[in-house]
Design a protein around this ligand. Sequence first.
Ligand code: ACO
Length: 329
Amino acid sequence: MFKGIPAEIAGIGIFIPEKILSNADLEKIVDTSDEWITTRTGIKERRIAPDDMATSDMMKRAADIAIERSGINPDDIQLVIGCTATPDMPFPSTACLVQHKLGLQNAAAFDLQAGCSGFLYGLTIASQFIASGAVKAVLVLGGETLSRIQNWEDRSTCVLFGDGAGAAVIAPAKEGSGILNFSISADGAFADALKVPAGGSLMPATEETVKNHMHAVHMDGRDVFRQAVTKMPEAALKALEELGMTVEDIDHFIPHQANIRIIESVGKRLGIPEEKTIVNLQKYGNTSCASLPIALCEAVESGRIKKGDTILLTAIGAGLAWGSIILKW
Ligand code: ACO
């Protein structure tokens, strides 16, 4: 339950790579079809970052916009949280690289790993640094270059993901706005459902691991699906109930953009009508940590989300780690 100084998203920005990889393009790479991908996932196309661009570069571009929109003095940003499953390298943290690129000399920086829930976890942690009064402003980054960790011979995974980045500046809320509540959870019993097996201490890189695509995404799609459609509604209801709110009080529902069938199922379980649900996965696929900020930012930019609207965010990802946030824009 949220306690302390209320925190809000003071500015949000995104970076979307230009290059489009359509389902028709994928038909030329693996044995798949636009029909299969569209009916099973809802995805029509995804974006691919240029070869010379890393996750930190995309995060930096998104952060430039977020900081400018926030009106906050960059010197007041005292913490940078980098949320990504595709860091530039194992260490140093991608957050440190972005901190340097932005010249945020007063900011501490670290990465957090919560799979596709990274940005939601990041917002939660940022809100607590604001709530305690420990810092003046936090920059939360959510970015992914998932095209770099695909096995382009595995049709069951490579069709799902895309590249992109988002960034949000979190600061003390003006009256009435801000993060109202959050709920975050995890269960490592499902660690095998979604992972990159090699490249860490358990399975260091060898010629074999590279040859066997062990540095790419491995997923038990059905298991992830089953967990996603139960755990996201549970987190949403917990966060709502603690506030004494119901789904009726929600103006916009922004779920993690992984699969349209998951989104529809979660919406149905919660009783949230389709017209309140924000969906953009047809354009970008699953961008993991960038998924929520891209959907939120686009909805704000288009005027769909207006000042004072109540928004429900929910996500699940590798870990498994999942959660929900309720905020007033
Ligand atoms: N094109 C054509 N056929 C395919 C493709 C493809 N791209 N991928 C798999 N198939 C085939 C399979 O080989 C299988 O064939 P078979 O019956 O001859 O063996 C058949 O389609 C069915 O495969 P399933 O894996 O059972 O298909 P399913 O209906 O479960 O859909 C999917 C797969 C889309 C991955 C689904 O399980 C899903 O969405 N799971 C959620 C996972 C997810 O979204 N992960 C993203 C990361 S986690 C997160 O962000 C929450």
